[in-house]
Design a protein around this ligand. Structure first.
Ligand SMILES: Nc1ncnc2c1ncn2[C@@H]1O[C@H](COP(=O)(O)OP(=O)(O)OP(=O)(O)O)[C@@H](O)[C@H]1O
Length: 893
């Protein structure tokens, strides 16, 4: 192999350590990539692939980007899931080799990107770590750009599902996994198919002790009691793994990660991944956009921090009545004080993303403009504090108490940094006059020097009598005196010629050069000093991270509360009563999103009453498209809104806290997992049956639709029996179905009530009234809906014919069933009566049976007679009936 150049040797040895990252190798003003990295970069970033000498005439592929625009290229690679290692020059050329020393200063991964557009991006960028042992799971999450760091421990028999629920809530850009977690097929499937983040292994050697040490070192504490995780070994492991990864990749201060909060999923309403998706909490099912989701309707926040906070609230509804009431009371107070609300909003509108700005400050990547943005954001704090004193609700009072006005920091930036500084911090023009004496002296020297030069022009014009004489400046020659060719005779002797141009000559004088040295020296010194001063100021701000983050936190919560108040007013929501009673009682409830999307139509409100006693299970029948799904989701969304502390779209609502909301909605094929519609549906139902409690709210839409009618009906039947049984689950539930047969359950089981969506028939047409009324529907109107959808008349007419035939057949089936039931009765009787008596009885009861019985060799009837009806489940019964029905038809033909 050809001998490598020294620089290439350096590259190769650095690259060896960062094999899984694209290495951005600093060469002058460019970052260069070589070999495969170059090929990837050329492909993904549309760069030109060139070649570079690697030694002895051998060449390797190369691609490069200018340093000043590297950020956008790096972001693109990160977005595509690559890791990028930034390799910088860290020292001046060493005397011995003449080779610049370089090392990797940071590894950027999808979970650690910081410099995203802080003005627009409201989303979190999470990095998670999951560790596991026989006891359960540790789950940690961090957002490097905002400093949020939280951890939880998940155990018990549902630990795997809880991990999946958390993953679905957080949707991390990157996950760190230990080997044990990687053995869980369920978790790995979910991660790969539903989230698809970049996955990094946690080193096998990583231990609890190491994690503990890292965390206590980082937070400078002697133990972890203050963070609430001292006794949670798996949580400590996960949090430690995150920190270890950050230390290794970020290679710089992580001081803004100054809090570790240990949370418990039992403090929040459980929302599984399906329910989050089905209820379209933060994005829609179809196009994964925010528009059309619940968050879209209620997010009127004006700061990125408030936006993130509100999203977290939506994804983590509370269970504690007191805490919910505190939020509700403050939303109420804000909405009742419209002027104060407007003032607050206006102030908040001036606030930048302080959390992310602080991330940049700590990372040393904040420029002077960032500090100005921070200052402008902090400037409103005294006014906000003053405004808050006009509120009485407890939560707002507590927020006011925690709000630090940070006037010292505001004052520091105000005194030191110019209002409109440049984006670079290495070219001066950043620090205000009067902030630093030494700098002022340099600036004076520069100004004086420049004035002296202006005067020199006047003075020399007078002395030489050359009115066109000019004193100019360029980068190569510095200051010079320029005289046109016509005036060369008048040039004094002390001028030294420096440069000849076509029409003029340029001169210098010793005096001019002396002044120039002073000016340039002052300029250079001032730039160096400005940089030094700026970094000092930034460090001083960084030291106050805790205080600044605390105030940022208050502003985020305020913004979220003001947003809820705004929506309450604009959308005509009311304050719900939230309590521990077991009932949900909604008067004139509306679907928050469907109503928002409507243009001209009017949303028809509906009432809901569900408790844990006589009215715990509503079976809702009604035609397609009549509004069943909308109605059921609206109940779930109103409950959820109430539990995040929001007003709700209803005239009145009383919400008894629910511990979980489960939904099984719509029949969507999960093609990504290769599972059939029916399998997906049954998985979701299984999850509900295994995890729901009597405190849960369950929404089931068309269960059993994905299979044959009989299977489907039987499954639906059995599912209702199970859920409504207070010995088994007894949860508040809404169940929409097309199977009219299920309405029979109202009379058979406790706690079930039938409802249907009212329709009005107008001649051939059917009008959907969208009103939920008591009782079961007697028709499905499917054909009418098909007609509305534009199915040709010929097909519609033919379906009506087929429907008539099918109904006739169904009647026939019912007849056979009745006969069978009667025959069962006869068999029972036969033990007491003689065969002749028995036959006479049958004929008396139903003369038409003579026909069936007279040929005595019906196999179907024999089979029927042997059935032990009482030992059959409804599912078995329906299946057997279906089979016998088929056989009976064959027999009769
Ligand atoms: N209360 C209401 N007021 C006004 N419009 C409504 C109401 N409820 C539903 N709609 C409208 O009717 C449409 C259909 O409603 P939805 O999807 O809930 O019907 P569905 O009965 O569940 O239908 P399917 O049985 O086919 O699933 C909605 O998209 C909405 O535009």
């Amino acid at each position: 192999m050809a001998k490598l150049t020294p620089m290439m040797q350096q590259y190769v040895s650095i690259k060896k350590e960062y094999e899984d990252a694209i290495l951005f190798f600093r060469l002058g003003d460019f970052y260069e990539m070589f070999n495969d990295d170059a090929k990837i970069a050329a492909r993904e970033l549309e760069l030109t692939l060139t070649a570079r000498n690697k030694g002895k005439g051998d060449k390797i592929p190369m691609a490069g980007v200018p340093c000043h625009s590297a950020e956008s290229y790096i972001s693109k690679l990160i977005e595509k899931g690559y890791r990028v290692a930034i390799c910088e020059q860290v020292e001046d050329p060493s005397e011995a080799s003449g080779l610049v020393k370089r090392e990797v200063v940071r590894v950027i991964t999808p979970g650690t990107v910081v410099n995203n557009n802080i003005l627009e991006d409201k989303n979190n960028n999470y990095l998670s770590a999951i560790v596991s042992n026989q006891e359960g799971y540790g789950f940690a999450l961090v957002d490097v750009s905002t400093g949020e760091f939280a951890v939880t421990q998940l155990d018990g028999k549902e630990a795997v599902n809880k991990v999946i629920d958390e993953l679905s809530r957080i949707s991390p850009a990157e996950v760190l996994l230990d080997q044990q977690v990687k053995k869980s097929a369920k978790i790995m499937d979910f991660i790969k198919l539903q989230i698809n983040p970049i996955i990094t292994d946690i080193k096998e050697s990583f231990s609890h002790d190491r994690a503990y040490e890292l965390l206590t070192d980082h937070f400078e504490t002697i133990n972890l009691e203050g963070f609430g995780c001292e006794d949670l070994p798996l949580a400590i492991m996960a949090a430690g793994a995150v920190l270890d990864f950050l230390i290794e990749t970020q290679k710089r201060s992580l001081r803004h990660i100054n809090q570790l909060s240990t949370y418990s999923t039992i403090d929040y309403m459980v929302l599984d991944a399906n329910t989050r998706r089905n209820l379209e909490l933060v994005k829609t099912m179809r196009d994964k956009r925010k528009k059309g989701s619940l968050l879209w309707v209620i997010d009127k926040t004006v700061t990125a921090m408030g936006g993130r906070r509100l999203r977290r609230w939506v994804e983590q509804p509370l269970l504690d009545v007191e805490e919910i009431t505190l939020r509700l009371d403050s939303v109420e107070e804000i909405s009742e004080n419209i002027l104060l609300k407007e003032e607050l909003r206006e102030l908040l509108n001036q606030v930048y993303d302080i959390e992310r700005l602080m991330g940049k400050v700590i990372y040393g990547s904040a420029n002077a403009r960032d500090l100005i943005a921070l200052k402008n954001s902090l400037a409103i704090l005294p006014e906000v504090k003053e405004l808050l004193s006009q509120f009485d609700s407890e939560k707002i009072k507590a927020l006011r108490e925690r709000l630090d006005k940070l006037e010292d920091i505001n004052d520091l930036i105000e005194r030191s940094i110019k209002e409109e500084p440049p984006t670079t911090i290495t070219e001066g023009d950043i620090i205000k006059e009067g902030y630093d004496e030494e700098l002022d002296q340099y600036l004076d020297a520069m100004t004086n020097g420049k004035n002296w030069i202006i005067q020199l022009q006047q003075q020399e014009r007078k002395r030489t009598g050359i009115s066109s004489l000019k004193v100019g400046h360029n980068k190569v020659h510095g200051y010079y005196i320029e005289v046109t060719k016509a005036n060369l005779d008048s040039v004094p002797e002390d001028y030294v010629r420096k440069q000849t141009l076509s029409n003029s000559e340029r001169y210098i004088t010793p005096e001019l050069k002396e002044k120039e040295a002073v000016i340039l020296g002052a300029e250079e010194n001032s730039i160096d000093l400005e940089y030094k001063l700026f970094v000092e100021i930034r460090d001083q701000v960084a030291k106050q991270t805790d205080r600044i983050q605390r105030s940022a936190n208050v502003l985020a919560q305020l913004d979220a509360l003001v947003s809820l108040a705004e929506v309450a007013l604009n959308n005509n929501y009311t304050k719900p009563i939230v309590n521990q009673n077991e009932a949900i009682n909604i008067k004139s409830g509306r679907h928050p999103v469907v109503e928002e999307m409507m243009d001209d139509e009017v949303f028809v409100p509906n009432d809901t009453y569900l408790d844990q006693k006589d009215e715990r299970f509503s079976i809702i029948t009604g035609p397609n498209m009549s509004g069943k799904s909308t109605y059921m989701r609206q109940v779930a969304l109103i409950t959820l809104l109430a539990q995040i502390g929001s007003f709700v779209p209803a005239k009145q609502a009383e919400i008894g806290i629910v511990d979980r909301i489960f939904t099984r909605v719509g029949a969507s094929d999960d093609l990504t997992t290769g599972q059939s519609t029916f399998m997906v549906e049954m998985n979701e139902v299984a999850n509900i049956l295994n995890n729901a409690t009597s405190q849960s709210l369950i929404i089931l839409d068309e269960v059993g639709r994905g299979t044959s009618t009989y299977d489907g009906l039987s499954i639906a039947w059995a599912v209702i029996e199970y859920i409504s049984d207070s010995e088994k689950i007894g949860a508040k539930s809404l169940f929409a179905t097309h199977y009219h047969e299920l309405t029979e359950l109202e009379d058979r089981l406790e706690g079930i009530k039938n409802y249907n969506v009212a329709v009005q028939e107008e001649g051939e047409d059917v009008v959907f009234l969208r009103k939920i009324i008591p009782g079961g529907a007697d028709q499905s109107y499917g054909i009418e809906v098909a007609k509305r959808a534009g199915i040709p008349d010929l097909v519609i007419d033919r379906s009506k014919e087929i429907l008539a035939q099918l109904e006739e057949q169904e009647e026939h089936t019912i007849e056979i069933t009745t006969q069978k039931l009667k025959r069962d009765k006869v068999i029972e009787k036969s033990e007491e009566t003689s065969p002749q008596e028995k036959e006479d009885d049958e004929v008396k009861e139903n003369p038409s049976q003579l026909l069936l019985f007279s040929n005595g060799d019906s196999e179907v009837l024999t089979k029927l007679s042997k059935l032990d009806i009482m030992s059959l489940t409804p599912l078995d019964a329906m299946n057997v009936l279906h089979k016998l029905h088929q056989e009976a038809k064959e027999e009769m033909n």
